[in-house]
Design a protein around this ligand. Sequence first.
Ligand SMILES: Nc1ncnc2c1ncn2[C@@H]1O[C@H](COP(=O)(O)OP(=O)(O)OP(=O)(O)O)[C@@H](O)[C@H]1O
Ligand SMILES: [Mg+2]
Length: 456
Amino acid sequence: MAVALAAVAATTRSILLRDVDHRVDRLLTQEAGEFTNFVDQGVDPATGERFTDPRRLLEVFLERQYADPDEELIGLVRREGQGPAQLTQPRELSVRHPLHRDPAARRAIFAASGSTGTLDRRSGELRWAKVEVARHGDEPEAAFVVAFHPRAEQAKANDVFRILLAISGVALVLTTGIAWAVAGRILKPVRLVRTAAAQLTEQDLTRRIPVHGKDDIAALADTFNGMLDRLERAFAAQREFVDDAGHELRTPITIVRGHLELMGGATESAAEREETVRLVTDELDRMSRIVEDLLLLAKAERPDFIRPEPVQLAELTADVFVKARALGERRWELAEVADSEARLDPQRITQAMVQLAQNAVQHTVPGGRVRVGSRLTDGRIELYVADSGPGVQAQDAEVIFERFRRGTSRRGARTSGAGLGLSIVRAIARGHRGEVLLRPTDGGGATFVLVLEGQT
Ligand SMILES: Nc1ncnc2c1ncn2[C@@H]1O[C@H](COP(=O)(O)OP(=O)(O)OP(=O)(O)O)[C@@H](O)[C@H]1O
Ligand SMILES: [Mg+2]
């Protein structure tokens, strides 16, 4: 703004100065023209004849003229051996050093070859125009000179410039003050957001920014709060996960330690020792399974978790069926197979299906029916394991897919696993941009279905 205001003031000044220049030019041309006319047509009022004496001509002309302010009209007549004699109108000027008191300037103008010019004297600029009357060698016989002192006019332009600068300065101070206040008001919510963000720590994500109004800042605060919600949830989930994992691992450790502390007593028989070793090995197996499952779940976040390749669904289903059959004495049935090719990760799909088959075995009695199959519905692939067990209770249907969550219908203490199986199945399904769904089996039992995209 300072630059713009200064530019405006400077431009105004130069326009005004150019104006003065033009005006002076016009004035000089006009006065010179009048004199030229008089030379051509004027007659001496005393004789009624044309002028013969240049001095008389100048005298008569000057008598009839009125000079403008800052203007001087002077007649100059050649004198042998010294500067020209001058004829002037008796008149005081406001300028400090007028031409009729400046013989050096008069001489210079009289001798100058041009008809107009500018004298840059120390006492001020002087613009002049000259009309010569007959020449005499180097110098004219006589000359009419009109001189103008533009200093006063230029001073007016400079006054305007200074006034403009002063006004600009005041305007600048005012606008700076207003801009400061307004920017402060606008940025206040931003500062609020910043302070709130600075006060957040990993431990305390509960702080929220108050949202007022409906402007962009409010939207920003809203977005920020939403992000905090997600962060808080993510941190909470993380903490919960670590808590659960720690808890799940602590139980087998406690059991192993208990058994080992009891070992080596004097009364211990070989059979007892064997039993202890079996129990301890069992718990260690369980621990390593949990750790492996956790590692697998952690890996599920990585982009190379699923490596799809063209797979014949019929073949894949048959493989899964063969592997599932080895899990326990059940009435295994290969219900149906989709005869199609798909882009899937066969290892991960098999892993998921085996988890489902394992669950089916855990929730059925020996001789119970378990069906494994695959089919195409609406262009999507469905792979399923349907058992004839007790099924999943309605209140468990959602939670069993979460990590470390087991159903409430479970009887007995810690017979089954850690509750990671279905989370692994879900991670594998989502890795294929699919889902795992729970449906009831006709005639009782649970059916878990992998619904996948990936058909080629
Ligand atoms: N076929 C099924 N029939 C009835 N309930 C089931 C079946 N499959 C899973 N569930 C319920 O879902 C819960 C979670 O299963 P999930 O496979 O995730 O864990 P888990 O089998 O208990 O342990 P893990 O698989 O880690 O060894 C089970 O505890 C059980 O209550
Ligand atoms: Mg399981």
